[in-house]
Design a protein around this ligand. Structure first.
Ligand code: DX5
Ligand code: ZN
Length: 220
């Protein structure tokens, strides 16, 4: 079994108190903090970028799992590396021509490369990135259209997760969008081990309980 990584999505946090929100999530048992970086172009929303990652890094040692919903991910590699990002996950839809350069750059800045795909993108498109001699270390299967928190989980995406898990038994497979107590079992049994959860964690009266429920489902 691949280790569970529970990653609260800070998109659902109080951005005005990001440092204390991060500390709160880590104290509740989170493994990673999921940071949604959007440029208002790849997706119709604008969130945070390297300066905020840099500020947050001064307050936490947590693994910052950055999800780049931007049109030009290569432009962000150097700034995010300097800012102290841990993981750098780019979208395949905008990286078909330069993913090798991206992966090598991400690694050279000391970050862990991952590739994400939108619901409409076939899973086959990421196989070459996992099988390359300089492979990505995580595949993020989007289970909603990227851009906003609080959307409904798309169960049909579990076919992608199953295909990936069968082909790559030790790969980190992340799911993002609509994950919570009512959808985790489906995602975990398909083979996902890295779980992003925004509204279900931040909106819960006891977020620590939700985090542990998510973990138990993956580790079962
Ligand atoms: C959506 C983001 C997600 C989002 C998930 O584009 O990538 O990380 O914050 O939020 P929930 O868990 O509320 O669907
Ligand atoms: Zn995300």
């Amino acid at each position: 079994m691949v280790a569970a990584k529970i990653a609260p999505s800070m998109l659902s946090s109080d951005f005005a108190n990001l440092a204390s929100e991060a500390e709160r999530m880590m104290s509740y048992g989170a493994d990673w903090l999921h940071m949604d970086i959007m440029d208002g172009h790849f997706v119709p929303n604008l969130t945070l970028g390297p300066p905020i990652i840099e500020s947050l890094r001064k307050h936490t040692k947590a693994y910052l799992d950055c999800h780049l919903m931007v049109t030009n991910p290569l432009d962000y590699v150097d700034p995010l590396g300097k800012a102290g990002a841990s993981g750098f996950t780019f979208h395949i839809e905008v990286s078909k021509d330069n993913w090798r350069e991206l992966v090598d750059n991400i690694k050279s800045k000391g970050m862990r490369p991952g590739v994400a795909l939108k619901p409409g993108t076939p899973i086959e498109e990421v196989f070459p990135l996992v099988e390359d001699e300089h492979p990505v270390e995580m595949v993020l299967v989007m289970t909603v259209e990227p851009g906003f928190g609080g959307q409904k989980f798309m169960p049909s995406m579990m076919d992608k997760v199953r295909v990936l898990r069968k082909k790559y038994p030790t790969l980190d497979i992340e799911v993002d969008g609509g994950l919570g107590p009512s959808t985790i079992d489906e995602a975990a049994s398909a083979g996902a081990n890295c779980i992003v959860a925004g509204s279900s964690v931040f909106g819960a009266p006891e977020p620590a309980q939700v985090i542990s429920l998510l973990r138990n489902s993956v580790e079962r």
